[in-house]
Design a protein around this ligand. Structure first.
Ligand SMILES: [Mn+2]
Length: 427
């Protein structure tokens, strides 16, 4: 039976990485069919980690609802419409089923072959060498769509008189059969939760699937379980710290790649050990993992920080030109450039190169002033690097910080918020 390892909705790096590494550990400890999944879109930083360590990323999955296709019975054969009725009846006999689905040449579902429907044909001594397509077929009403969630149709099928339900895809092509008893069986997969334990925070459909294990570092609000489950929780900075500890506890060494994945989760949740949630155990596990991985925690953290950061990934010259607009207003020529940067620390770290690049661009373009607006779309604020005419800078309504950068809280639009202030400053 399949087991999914999954973190919380709106997944973060710790959720994704702990799922990946725990699936690796469980595979080693003998769980045959285990897959790490991501509850929704894979974060870009997590994608960087998998690329960096040459790993296939975990699969993004919208939900874990049990669907009709999960219940299909592979042992129930299908009858092709051009088969002779005699051969089809032999196949039906051999299958031990009371009826079998018939499919047309183009794959469409035609109806069910059932001896009861053929009684008239037998009694009239009809020719049994005719193709199935010309025999009377049973048209049962309950054809199921493979993508139907089972919870929507369970009651209707259990009440239905038939025991066999043909399953079709969106195009009406026959895919197989679901037997009635499948609806009463346990779901065909299990869940292992990482980095969360509350059902409401989990992947949709979680409440229908048995949870067999939890590894987490959050408050516990887990539902009562029917059977004993494995539950690992502790007050540490990252779920990946707990997974690393579990590797160590049974004498398993993560591969270079899995060690890197675990480091990514730890430094991401602890903000490279700066977060107040950091514990000695986070540092100790990370030191162990660094040896196995051959990369430092700082390097992995920096790599992730460069994702979605134009300042970390391009030169200062390229950054100031990537979205620069030139204006001629009030007898002045000037440029307002804008970049999006979710990590404003990157901006301050690159201030010297950016200033030099801007001054060079001012000289080359004969500009009166040049400003670079660095917008943090997450916080909805910007900071401004201004070079040029002092009179204009002084007339702008923004406070200067100690780096000389102008602070623009709540300002995100160059056109609607910054430009009117510049025009006012030009008088
Ligand atoms: Mn976490």
């Amino acid at each position: 039976m399949k087991t999914y390892v999954c973190g919380h909705r709106n997944p973060d790096v710790d959720s994704v990485m702990s799922a990946y590494a725990l699936a690796d550990l469980r595979r080693r400890t003998g769980l045959a069919d285990v897959e790490a999944i991501c509850a929704g879109r894979l974060p870009d930083k997590a994608k960087w980690v998998f690329d960096h360590f040459h790993l296939a990323p975990v699969r993004a999955k919208r939900d874990v609802y049990v669907r009709v296709r999960h219940l299909m019975d592979a042992h129930v054969p299908m009858i092709d419409a051009d088969m002779s009725l005699v051969d089809a009846l032999r196949k039906l006999e051999a299958s031990g089923e009371s009826s079998l689905p018939v499919r047309a040449k183009d794959g469409r579902f035609l109806g069910m072959l059932s001896p009861a429907k053929l009684l008239n044909l037998f009694l009239s001594r009809g020719d049994l060498t005719i193709p199935v397509a010309r025999a009377p077929l049973h048209h049962c009403a309950a054809t199921l769509l493979e993508s139907d969630p089972v919870h929507d149709i369970r009651l209707a099928t259990i009440r239905n008189a038939h025991n066999h339900f043909p399953v079709v895809d969106e195009q009406g092509r026959l895919l197989g059969t679901v037997l009635k008893r499948a609806f009463a069986e346990e779901p065909p997969f299990r869940m292992i939760l990482v980095d969360h334990n509350e059902t409401e925070q989990g992947i949709p459909g979680l409440d229908e699937v048995p949870v067999v294990e939890v590894v987490d570092h959050h408050r516990i609000a887990f539902a009562a379980t029917k059977e004993p489950i494995r539950y690992t929780a502790d007050v540490v900075g990252s779920t990946c710290t707990l997974v690393a500890r579990m590797f160590r506890a049974i004498g398993e060494r993560p591969t270079r790649e899995t060690a890197g994945v675990l480091i990514a989760g730890i430094v991401s949740d602890t903000l490279l050990f700066q977060s107040p949630t950091t514990t000695d155990d986070d540092r100790a596990m990370c030191t162990w993992l660094e040896k196995l991985c051959g990369e430092t925690a700082e390097a992995v953290f920096e790599g992730m920080a460069s994702v979605g950061s134009p300042l970390a990934s391009m030169s200062a010259e390229a950054a100031i030109k990537s979205d620069a607009k030139t204006y001629a207003e009030g007898g002045r020529r000037f440029v307002v450039a804008q970049i999006e940067e979710t990590n404003l620390a990157q901006f301050h770290a690159h201030l010297a190169e950016l200033t030099a690049a801007i001054d060079a661009a001012r000289r080359a373009g004969g500009l009166d002033f040049f400003m670079l607006m660095v917008t943090d779309p997450v916080r909805g604020s910007s900071e401004l690097l201004y070079r040029g005419l002092e009179s204009v800078r002084r007339a702008l309504p923004y406070r200067r910080d100690k780096d000389g950068v102008l602070l623009m809280p709540g300002v995100v639009s160059r056109k609607k918020q910054l430009l009117p202030e510049i025009l006012a400053a030009l008088g």
